[in-house]
Design a protein around this ligand. Structure first.
Ligand code: BG6
Length: 491
C-alpha cells in the first residue's frame, strides 16, 4: 500500500533553453545559451564572443566574464545545440498529447524571458511570445494538466548580460519584475504554480568546485548577484499574490545531499558548513524572509559587503514563498583530507562513495539520499514540498524495430519513488514530483543530446542531425502505470 496522497501531482519538467528551440523565431531575442556551444563529459561547453578588435574567441563557459569592449557572438564554425533544442516550439501540440497519454497531472516548463522581452528593456512585451505560451497553457489545461512555470531558468536576455553586466546590476531586479508581472497578468486563470528562479543556489555552490579556488572578488560578485535575485524573487512573490491570491509561488534549489566522507569531526563540521552555504543560505532567505545568522560567517570568510538596506530587508520579509521545490540527482561526499578517488556531477565535486554506483557521466545513484534531503527540508521549513527534477542522463539505443529499452531508467525512478513513498509515510509533506526531461532535450551541463533523460525519444544527435521524430521508450509505459496507480504499481 503506497502513501501518496490523493491529488498527488505526478508529471515531468523541462526548460525553455534546453527544449523549446525557435531561438530566432516569433520575435524572440537571444540569451546566453544561444552563444554557448556543445561540449561533452570531458570537454567544457564554450561561450563564443568577439573582442574589441573584432577577433573571434571561444572560452569555457564556467566562470566566464566578458572582457571590456567585447560582445557575445554566434560564430560560423560552431554548433549551438540550444538554437533548435528539441523543438517544442513547433511540436508543442504533439508533445502535450504524449504527456497527456502518460497521464501527467502537472507539467513543468519555463518561459523564455527573451521571447517576451527580446532585450529585456522593452516597455511592452512581444505579443507573439505572449500568445505562444498562452496557447501552450490552454492546451495543457484542455488535457487536464496543471502547468508549473519557472520564470527564470538560466536564461537572462543576452542584451542584459552584455550591456548591463547581468545580475551584478541591481537594475535587473525591476526588469525581472516587469517580466514576471506580464506572466502573472497574462496567464491568470491558466497557471497556478510558479517558481521564481531555477536552482538559485548554483551561483554560490559552483564557485569553488571544478578544482577552482574562487577569490574574494568572485564571492563578492556571486553573493551580490544572489542578493539581487532574492529581491527580484521576493518582489515577484508579493506582486503575484496581489494579482491573484490563488497563485502559489515556490523557491527552487539544486538539492545535493552532502555527506561527510569520514567521521573526522573536521569533516562533520565541513559538511554542516556546506549545507549552510550551498543549500540553506538561499532557501532561508526565500522561505523565512531574512538572511540566516550564519550568513555573517560566509560573508566574513570572503570579505563580502552587500550593503543591505532596511528597505531590502522589508522586501525580503514580504515576499516569502508558499512551497519548497528542489532538484535531486545525487549526493556528494566531502572531506578535509586529500583523496585520489574524486567524484562529481551537476556542478559539484567530492569523493567517490564506495556504497554508491555512478552513471556514465559520474553522477552518484543515491535514492536514499533523496529521502534524507526531504526529511531535512521538511523539518527546517514546514512547507509543502515538490521535487521538480530527478532523473538519469543515459545513452539510449534504438532497436531495429524502433523500440527503445531503458530498464536502467525505470530502475532509477522506481528506487527514488520508493524513497519518496517512505518519506511521506514518515510525515514529509510532499505534494508533487516532476521527473527531469520527460522528453529528450539538450543537456545543460554538457550541451549533448546523447545524455538522454526522456520517456520520449527525440531523433536528434549532438551535431544537430535528425528528424526530430518522437518515439516512446519502455519507461513511457512504465511511468504511465505509476501515475494511474498513484505510485502503487512500480513493477
Ligand atoms: C539541473 C538543471 O541542474 O540539472 C537542468 O536545472 C539540467 O537545467 C539538469 O538539465 C540535468 O543536468 P544536465 O547537465 O544533465 O542537463
Amino acid at each position: 500500500m503506497s502513501h501518496f496522497p490523493n491529488g498527488f501531482l505526478w508529471g515531468s519538467a523541462t526548460a525553455a533553453n534546453q527544449y523549446e528551440g525557435g531561438w530566432n523565431e516569433g520575435g524572440r531575442g537571444p540569451s546566453l545559451s544561444d552563444v554557448t556551444t556543445g561540449g561533452s563529459v570531458n570537454s567544457p561547453r564554450m561561450i563564443t564572443w568577439i573582442d574589441k578588435y573584432g577577433s573571434p574567441h571561444a572560452s569555457p563557459s564556467h566562470g566566464f566574464i566578458l572582457p571590456e569592449g567585447a560582445s557575445y557572438a554566434v560564430l560560423e564554425d560552431y554548433y549551438y545545440p540550444n538554437h533548435k533544442a528539441t523543438d517544442f516550439y513547433h511540436h508543442w501540440k504533439e508533445d502535450i498529447a504524449l504527456f497527456a497519454e502518460m497521464g501527467f497531472k502537472v507539467f513543468r516548463m519555463s518561459i523564455s524571458w527573451s521571447r517576451l522581452y527580446p532585450t529585456g528593456m522593452e516597455d511592452e512585451p512581444n505579443q507573439e511570445g505572449v500568445e505562444f505560451y498562452r496557447q501552450v497553457f490552454q492546451e495543457l489545461k484542455a488535457h487536464g494538466i496543471e502547468p508549473l512555470v519557472t520564470i527564470w531558468h538560466f536564461d537572462t536576455p543576452l542584451y542584459l548580460e552584455e550591456q548591463k553586466k547581468g545580475w551584478n546590476n541591481r537594475e535587473l531586479v525591476d526588469l525581472y519584475v516587469k517580466f514576471a508581472k506580464t506572466c502573472f497578468e497574462e496567464y491568470k486563470g491558466l497557471v497556478k504554480y510558479w517558481l521564481t528562479f531555477n536552482e538559485i543556489n548554483n551561483t554560490v555552490m559552483f564557485l569553488d568546485m571544478f578544482g577552482n579556488v574562487a577569490n574574494d572578488e568572485a564571492f563578492q560578485r556571486a553573493y551580490l548577484q544572489l542578493h539581487h535575485q532574492f529581491l527580484a524573487s521576493a518582489k515577484a512573490v508579493k506582486l503575484a499574490h496581489e494579482i491573484d491570491p490563488e497563485y502559489k509561488l515556490g523557491c527552487m534549489i539544486c538539492g545535493i545531499a552532502f555527506y561527510p566522507a569520514t567521521n573526522d569531526p573536521n569533516d562533520i563540521l565541513l559538511n554542516r558548513n556546506l549545507w549552510e552555504k550551498n543549500i540553506f543560505y538561499c532557501s532561508d532567505v526565500q522561505c523565512k524572509g531574512e538572511y540566516p545568522r550564519f550568513a555573517k560567517r560566509l560573508w566574513k570568510e570572503h570579505d563580502v559587503d552587500l550593503a543591505i538596506s532596511e528597505e531590502d530587508r522589508k522586501i525580503l520579509k514580504e515576499g516569502t514563498v508558499d512551497f519548497y521545490t528542489f532538484s535531486y540527482y545525487m549526493s556528494n561526499s566531502i572531506t578535509t583530507h586529500q583523496v585520489e578517488d574524486k567524484a562529481g556531477g551537476n556542478g559539484v565535486e567530492g569523493v567517490k562513495n564506495p556504497y554508491l554506483k555512478y552513471s556514465d557521466w559520474g553522477w552518484a545513484f543515491d535514492p536514499v539520499g533523496l529521502r534524507y534531503f526531504l526529511k531535512v527540508i521538511d523539518d527546517r521549513y514546514h512547507k509543502p514540498i515538490m521535487i521538480v527534477e530527478n532523473g538519469l542522463g543515459a545513452y539510449d539505443k534504438v532497436e531495429e524495430d524502433g523500440s527503445i529499452h531503458d530498464p536502467f531508467r525505470i530502475e532509477y525512478y522506481r528506487k527514488h519513488i520508493q524513497e519518496m513513498d517512505k518519506a511521506i509515510e514518515e510525515g514529509v509533506d510532499l505534494i508533487g514530483y516532476t521527473t527531469w526531461g520527460c522528453i529528450d532535450l539538450v543537456s545543460a551541463g554538457t550541451g549533448e543530446m546523447r545524455k538522454r533523460y526522456g520517456f520520449i525519444y527525440v531523433d536528434m544527435d549532438d551535431e544537430g542531425n535528425g528528424s526530430m521524430a518522437r518515439s516512446k521508450k519502455d519507461s513511457f509505459y512504465w511511468y504511465k502505470k505509476v501515475i494511474v496507480s498513484n505510485g502503487e504499481d512500480l513493477a
